[in-house]
Every structure is written in structure tokens, then in C-alpha cells.
Design a protein around this ligand. Structure first.
Ligand SMILES: O=P(O)(O)OC[C@H]1O[C@@H](O)[C@H](O)[C@@H](O)[C@@H]1O
Length: 286
């Protein structure tokens, strides 16, 4: 496929293609492995997405940072922990099917289809389409199409790593008075009173359709995360002890990112009938 002038293709390592976007509205990088948006920087601003300096760029491995696509399950597989964490979509090579540009930005679309390897992990026929609009805002949508003859259920997340200046000064607004599944320690349903602030590990699945704002006084900016087709918002920061266990994340990195993820997780799995489709979408703006 021919690429428009604002998108170029290179290899981070042999056999590891990366698309680089240089457009008047933004710069960005997207890996074909996982259809993974690694970086997005609107013109005149510092990077919005966090990418670990120790991220591993290797076919079949997830990238620490950017927007991993978690699909068709979220977190550990519900019955078989030997299967990949967060599903297989972030570990597979996708195919680029559209790349175009306009004055407002760049559009890229990728597809992942069921094959022998995916059937080993998940016995269903599907097409997954990831569409990314990169400009002064970032829009990502993931469409799941059931190509088989029986229904299937999915969990999913657009696992967005946001750069923040100092997590201890961050406030997340939009989830006050919302129930959530707390997955730090023994799982428990809890109730969020007031806005979210951070002084320890946070790993929560909020039952929410709401738009979320991340107030970041250290970088003097706020980020808005809108979403649709998503009944769960995951909020995650590993803090120090969990960071030490993650080999592809520097121990001292946790104050500088926060994950706010449009998701369908926990009880909010999505059932897709044969021939039907489901779309989860998120828009991030400064
Ligand atoms: O290390 P991974 O597989 O990318 O997962 C990172 C985190 O992803 C979050 O979304 C989960 O809520 C956490 O429990 C998990 O630790």
C-alpha cells in the first residue's frame, strides 16, 4: 500500500515495522505488532502518551506504554492462566488496510483476522479492526466482528498510558460516587467517594460510561478521555513495588504515568452474535 507523505515506514529492528507520522497537527509512532500506538504528540505540546524507555520491541511481545490493545480478554484469561495476559491482540502482527491524510490529521486502519494460531488460544472466527485518527486529538476505535456461526463474548481495553508530571499531584475527575472492583490484594467491590488521587498502587475497574479528566498540575495541563461502547474504566498505577517486578519499566518511572483505559471488563463482557459487530472507542484531548 502506498503511504501518504506524512506517514513513513521503518524498522525499529529487522522484522519489526513501525509507522512514523509527521503531520502539521501532530507526530506519532505506531507499531504493526499489536497495531500499537506508541507515541502521540500534538504540535506545540509534550508527549501525551507514556512509553517506557525499557519497552521491549520484539514480535510477539507487548509494548510497555502507548496504547496496548487488550482483546479478547482482559487481565488473566478467566480459566487458563497459561494463556497470554490481556489476550493476544497486542502480541500479534496486524495488517494495515488504510492510510490517508487530510488537513485535520492522519487516519490509519489495521485488521487482525482469526487464523490457526488465534484458534489455538480462542476458538472463534473474527475480524478485529483498529482505526486510529491522529491529529490535534487522538481517536482510537476497535471494532469486533463475529465471522462465525455462534455467538462469542469478549472483554477488552484500550490500555492507554498517559504521561503525567507527578502522580502524587494528579486528580482524576469524573468517577466520583462510582462503584469499582478493586484488584489490589483480595478483589472487592468498593465505592469511590470524591475524585481519585494517588498515594499507593491503584488497580481499579470502575463501572462507568463517563468522560474522565486527568488534572496534572506538574505539567500544567489536563487531559480529557471520552469513550463510547465501554462500560468499564480501568485506572492503574503500579506504584513502586509492582514497578520493581515489571522488567520493561524503570523502577522510578511510576510517578510519570497513569493508565486510564476505556474497557469492557469484569461483569461487563460483551456478547457478539454471528454477523454482528461491537465497537469500543476513545478520544483523548488536551
Ligand atoms: O503488565 P501487563 O500485562 O501489561 O498489565 C499491566 C496492568 O494492566 C492493567 O490494566 C491491569 O489492571 C493491571 O492489573 C495490570 O498489571
Amino acid at each position: 500500500m502506498s503511504l501518504p507523505a506524512s506517514i513513513s515506514l521503518s524498522e525499529a529492528l529487522p522484522g519489526y515495522p513501525i509507522f512514523t507520522v509527521n503531520h502539521p497537527t501532530c507526530t506519532a509512532r505506531i507499531a504493526l505488532n499489536g497495531a500499537h500506538v506508541m507515541e502521540w504528540t500534538p504540535t506545540g505540546h509534550s508527549p501525551v502518551l507514556y512509553l517506557s524507555p525499557d519497552a521491549v520491541l520484539e514480535p510477539g511481545k507487548p509494548i510497555r506504554g502507548g496504547i496496548p490493545v487488550c482483546w479478547p480478554w482482559f487481565n488473566a484469561h478467566p480459566t487458563d492462566e497459561a494463556k497470554p495476559m490481556h489476550g493476544f491482540a497486542r502480541n500479534r502482527p496486524w495488517t494495515l488496510i488504510e492510510a490517508s491524510e487530510s488537513d485535520s490529521g492522519v487516519k490509519m486502519a489495521f485488521v487482525l483476522c482469526s487464523d490457526a494460531a488465534t484458534r489455538e488460544l480462542w476458538p472463534h472466527e473474527f475480524e478485529a479492526h483498529l482505526t486510529v485518527l491522529l491529529g490535534s486529538t487522538l481517536e482510537v476505535s476497535l471494532q469486533t466482528i463475529n465471522k462465525g456461526s455462534s455467538e462469542f463474548s469478549i472483554a477488552e481495553a484500550l490500555h492507554t498510558y498517559l504521561t503525567v508530571g507527578d502522580i502524587t499531584q494528579v486528580t482524576v475527575k469524573g468517577l466520583a460516587e462510582t462503584p469499582y472492583l478493586d484488584t489490589v490484594g483480595a478483589r472487592a467491590m468498593r465505592h469511590q467517594t470524591g475524585d481519585i488521587t494517588f498515594d499507593q498502587e491503584v488497580d481499579r475497574q470502575y463501572v462507568s460510561l463517563a468522560t474522565v479528566t486527568v488534572e496534572d498540575p506538574a505539567l500544567r495541563r489536563s487531559l480529557t478521555i471520552e469513550k463510547s461502547g465501554s462500560a468499564t474504566t480501568v485506572v492503574w498505577n503500579p506504584w513502586i513495588e509492582k514497578s520493581k517486578r515489571l522488567a520493561d519499566l524503570p523502577d522510578e518511572a511510576y510517578p510519570h504515568f497513569l493508565c486510564v483505559e476505556a474497557a469492557n471488563a469484569g461483569d461487563a463482557t460483551v456478547t457478539v452474535a454471528p454477523g454482528e459487530a461491537h465497537v469500543i472507542q476513545t478520544t483523548i484531548r488536551l
